[in-house]
Design a protein around this ligand. Structure first.
Ligand code: ZN
Length: 466
């Protein structure tokens, strides 16, 4: 895949692999086609597993939020004002209080949190939901990456103090690490500069990955709110000494952009390559139907499918009346990790042909060792997708000492920075890059500010972004 036409490649594979259809008559509100829905549901399942493991409970809040609740936190409303869809009428009647479609759910959840949280024994409260959110996007839309109806995961927590809320953020990063490993997506966690944090947050961590065209994409974010929301929403609890205190809150959000990243990061000239953990089908069986042997081959293929299903794999038997070559092409486009070819000869020899999507390698595998072969190769695909993607993101980082050195560079730039907004702005204007932020995990490293040359231990990352 050439970097120059990545965008074209991306739109093309999404359409041909039948993941999403953007021809719905509202721009940026796309239709999830069955194959695409299967993938995002797998991603949701992985999130649910992680949430359950870490003691978060799933809830479901209403889509509509009254303006009166939305307006309670001043910074938040300023940040979202230009992006919300308003509902002003119920039938023919003008509503006394207009309502909006949730752009995110702080202002839907927190009035309820203030009712649910009474005592220190109610804390921590850890709630998540997976719903669609709506944002009136004015820029050019792109499937999964920039849409107006967004498939969204959001976890909201409330804690007794800042220390406990900070521990939650550490847990979020652990969740992210396990989850991103399954998607084979490497990432950077960067603390956003103050002027770029989430509306209403005390601080924001952005989760960034590098796309093949050299631009970074934010996959999600984690926010520390401190008491910025609990004060206006009156989320208070009584501590052991009978004193009333405001809860400290955090959120963790990710969206369907994860799928956009998987497609972009792992795809190749044949199409999509899905990591085994989220592939709708991990294995596709293509029977080679030769005259007079069709029934026998189909019977064997069905038996093999049932055995694989019995072992817990997601398997599809492609029994369409098409040439095998056309089927190979189709499932390669659709990113199925392993393909099994089964013909009369193979059946006589008690073997099958197994082809890996990532490398294209073909293996003739004896039936007796097929289970082991599948298990090892699915693991192998996961490992090699991650390794390849990690190499790209790490070789995509260039350290620069002056703004001049960054000119004409692509990918992620790393530089020393004194922390002043004006120095960061010089970089943004001089290179037309966006300042992404500073590494969340402390990384002390002596140097001089990219612009003012002041001595500093802080490094900052910049890139062209989605
Ligand atoms: Zn400076």
């Amino acid at each position: 895949m050439e970097k120059a036409n990545f965008s074209e490649w991306y739109n093309d594979v999404i359409e041909r692999a039948e993941l999403s259809d953007k021809r719905y008559p509202i721009k940026g509100m796309n239709v999830w086609r069955p194959y695409g829905l299967k993938v995002i549901q797998r991603i949701d399942d992985l999130i649910r597993e992680e949430m359950e493991r870490t003691g978060h409970d799933e809830a479901r809040f209403p889509l509509l939020i009254p303006k009166t609740e939305f307006a309670k936190e001043g910074e938040h409303i300023k940040g979202f004002d230009s992006e919300v869809y308003w509902v002003t009428h119920g039938g023919l009647n003008k509503l006394d209080v207009p309502m909006l479609l949730r752009p995110t759910s702080e202002t839907a959840m927190y009035p309820m949190f203030s009712l649910w949280i009474r005592s220190h024994t109610d804390l921590p409260l850890k709630i998540f939901q997976i719903v669609n959110v709506f944002r009136y996007e004015t820029k050019m839309t792109k499937s999964f990456i920039r849409v107006r109806e967004i498939h969204f995961f959001e976890a909201h927590t409330a804690h007794r103090d800042l220390e406990d809320a900070e521990a939650q953020i550490k847990e979020d990063l652990e969740i992210l690490r396990r989850f991103a490993t399954k998607l084979c997506i490497p990432y950077l966690v960067l603390k956003r500069p103050d002027w770029d944090k989430f509306a209403g947050a005390y601080y924001t961590l952005g989760i960034e990955t590098l796309m093949p065209d050299g631009k970074t994409m934010q996959l999600g974010s984690i926010h520390q709110y401190q008491t910025n929301f609990s004060v206006p929403y009156e989320i208070k609890y009584e501590d052991e000494h009978g004193e009333h205190r405001y809860a400290h809150q955090t959120t963790y959000g990710m969206s369907e952009r994860l799928l956009g990243a998987v497609i972009g990061v792992h795809g190749d000239e044949k199409g999509i390559v899905f990591p085994p953990a989220i592939a709708p089908y991990q294995i596709v069986i293509v029977p080679i139907l030769v005259k007079d042997k069709q029934e026998m081959v189909m019977a064997e293929a069905k038996q093999l499918r049932d055995k694989l299903l019995g072992r817990g794999y997601r398997v599809h038997l492609d029994d369409r009346d098409m040439r095998p070559g056309a089927k190979y092409y189709d499932w390669e486009l659709k990113g199925v990790p392993l393909r099994i070819e089964l013909g009369p000869r193979d059946i006589a020899d008690r073997k099958v042909v197994v082809v890996r999507r990532d490398t294209g390698k073909k293996a003739f595998v004896k039936r007796g060792v097929l289970w082991l072969h599948i298990q090892e190769n699915l693991k192998g695909i996961e490992r090699s997708l991650l390794k390849k993607a990690e190499e790209r993101i790490f070789t995509g980082i260039t350290e620069i000492g002056t703004i001049e050195e960054g000119k004409g560079k692509t990918g992620i730039l790393k530089m020393h920075w004194c922390g002043a907004e004006e120095c960061a702005r010089e970089v943004e204007v001089g290179l037309e890059f966006t300042i992404l932020g500073t590494p969340y995990a402390e990384q002390r490293d002596h140097g001089r500010c990219i612009h003012c040359r002041k001595k500093t231990d802080t490094v900052v990352f910049a890139a062209k972004t989605y």
